[in-house]
Write a new protein. Structure first.
Length: 130
């Protein structure tokens, strides 16, 4: 059984300039199947569900491009402004909330700037997917 992802789960991004874990945010009472709100594939809204990871090192990020240009070509991190063009994937095949698949610990989000967001830790819950 795969672990389902809930609000306050720890996230990390490969594009973060320094380890900058953050917490998944899902409003209380939304998608509840355990004591914490459960994430669905639609919980991928930047700065609403997924906070900034601080500074970004991805050379495709416009803030990194600008900071690098200002530093005369020296690679320089810029502000992390995550941008997701697709939902979490892969998702649970069998567990859904209101017809929307839930996010599992194996799910990832790919940022438009090519960083990959992963779930690194899930708070203790009693719910598991099938």
């Amino acid at each position: 059984m795969a672990e389902i992802v809930v609000s306050t789960s720890d996230l990390s991004c490969t594009g973060a300039a320094a380890p900058a874990p953050c917490k998944l945010i899902i409003p209380p009472g939304i998608n509840s199947v355990s004591e914490l709100s459960t994430a669905t594939i639609k919980d991928n809204i930047p700065l609403v569900n997924i906070p900034s990871f601080g500074m970004c090192k991805m050379t495709t990020n416009p803030t990194v491009i600008a900071a690098t240009a200002a530093a005369m070509g020296t690679p320089t991190p810029g502000a992390c402004n995550p941008l997701f063009t697709a939902p979490w994937a892969p998702s649970s095949v069998k567990s859904t909330i209101k017809g929307v698949p839930v996010v599992t610990k194996d799910s990832k989000l790919v940022c438009a700037y090519l960083g990959v967001v992963s779930v690194t830790n899930i708070p203790q819950t009693k719910a598991k997917t099938l």
